[in-house]
Design a protein around this ligand. Structure first.
Ligand SMILES: [Mg+2]
Length: 183
């Protein structure tokens, strides 16, 4: 039987969004992320980052720079190996393979096959409508983290999310509560 996992958007969900970020010095965690991720990690739920990084496809940053940002984020979160996998889509819109970009559920589906995950018992957390679309299309429960939702996307995102969390603590509590119920 497949595992329950938590899929996480990166920019403006785990760290502050700096467009096309390639500089690890500019990585800043969002409030409450550290303790929420630590608790989810302790609960043994695989944590998987699902992120569109079109800056690579646009030629603005390299994959190595994306990885250095990921590494800095893990360092700030207090350790490595917190995340089971990073699903990054490097394509820019219009590139070959841009069909993996969120709102497509493809990156979640790929991770589900690779890590034996049951998408119906899993969660997607994000700050954008496209995160919620991707999670819903994959069959996951979806959490809109309402810290940095673009104002023009708020209403339609709230409407389709399984849950809207005002902060990381309530997102984490909801995930743990729901995953308990599904056991
Ligand atoms: Mg985001």
């Amino acid at each position: 039987m497949g595992k329950t996992a938590v899929f996480l958007d990166r920019d403006d969900t785990l760290i502050e969004n700096v467009p096309y970020l390639g500089d690890p010095e500019k990585v800043t965690l969002l409030p409450g992320v550290s303790s929420a991720i630590a608790e989810l990690h302790r609960s043994k739920l695989p944590l998987i980052v699902i992120s569109n990084q079109s800056g690579v496809g646009r030629g603005l940053i390299t994959k190595e720079e994306v990885r250095s940002v990921d590494a800095r984020m893990e360092e700030l979160l207090g350790g490595d190996k917190l995340f089971t996998h990073y699903g990054h889509c490097y394509a820019a819109p219009g590139d070959p393979y841009d069909d993996r970009r969120k709102p497509s559920p493809k990156m979640l589906q790929e991770a589900a096959v690779a890590f034996d995950i049951d998408l119906k018992k899993s969660f997607m957390v994000g700050n954008r409508w496209s995160d919620i679309q991707a999670g819903n299309a994959a069959g996951c429960k979806t959490i809109l983290l309402n810290l940095r939702v673009p104002p023009e996307e708020l209403e339609r995102s709230v409407q389709i999310a399984s849950f809207t969390a005002r902060d990381w603590s309530s997102a984490k509590d909801w995930i743990l509560e729901q995953s308990e119920k599904m056991k």
